[in-house]
Design a protein around this ligand. Structure first.
Ligand code: AMP
Length: 239
């Protein structure tokens, strides 16, 4: 089947996600690369002029590849870019659950069900996870990268070492702005409370403490975050 001008969908490709901007296909090992990979195909927006649309879609694909490559070169754990063939990006397939899956299908259930002794070990794992998450965001910000969509679905986790791999840099940009860093953190705070209402309050406190320990100019970013939170609450009250 021919899916677009540039991307031919093979019979053994599996559509694993369809978002507002892109479709994600899993391609088995041996088809295009020796390893299984992800093809992220950005699609056209009918409301845009076709020539402009093609240009923008390709630009965004290349920009995402560039930021991913920069993160990988500087040691932040992200999927390796295997090939850029705009508007399709071929990425390393990460065989791991998302942090969201790990929390909802494993850690938070165990926390609810367990006897007091094992509850403390589950709590210990939550502290470890929050610490790793805060470090990861700080590392991105120190590189001058703002992710733009930090959620628990956009980080995958390898156990038992709690190694996090950040994914989906579709909204990411190069920026050292305190405001944009603060908004990045605010988006994450909101995503945590809406996606994981059972998450203990100290998860966010631990995450911010580890962010603070690693991030450059963390004090300025965190005081900016307070302003962003106030603006967010006002918007919620008054629309
Ligand atoms: P995305 O649209 O990039 O947020 O991805 C949607 C879902 O696809 C994620 O929540 C993951 O479950 C999965 N996914 C995205 N990128 C990868 C990857 N490189 N390896 C494995 N799964 C991925």
């Amino acid at each position: 089947m021919k899916n677009s001008d540039t991307f031919i969908v093979g019979d053994n490709y599996e559509l694993i996600s369809q978002g507002a901007e892109a479709k994600l296909w899993k391609i088995p090992a041996g088809s295009l690369f020796d390893v299984p990979c992800i093809a992220k195909e950005r699609f056209s927006k009918a409301y845009r002029h076709p020539t402009l649309d093609e240009k923008l879609t390709k630009q965004r694909c290349r920009a995402e590849a560039k930021i991913l490559t920069k993160c990988a070169e500087k040691g932040v754990s992200v999927p390796t870019v295997l090939r850029t063939d705009a508007p399709v990006l071929y990425l390393e397939y990460i065989d791991a659950p998302t942090v969201r899956e790990y929390l909802e299908n494993d850690l938070l259930i165990a926390l609810d069900d367990s006897a007091t002794t094992s509850r403390s070990s589950q709590h210990e794992k939550l502290v470890q996870l929050a610490t790793k998450f805060g470090q990861m965001v700080a590392e991105l910000h120190n590189l001058g990268v703002v992710h733009g969509d930090l959620t628990t679905s956009n980080a995958m986790i390898r156990m038992p070492e709690f190694a996090l791999i950040v994914i989906d840099f579709g909204l990411a940009k190069n920026s050292f702005s305190m405001e944009e860093r603060a908004v990045d953190l605010y988006v994450l705070e909101r995503a945590l409370s809406s996606t994981h209402p059972k998450l203990p309050d100290d998860f966010w406190v631990n995450l911010l403490n580890s962010y603070k320990a690693v991030a450059d100019k963390a004090d300025a970013t965190l005081s900016r975050l307070e302003e962003v939170q106030i603006r967010g609450r006002k918007r919620e009250c008054f629309g």
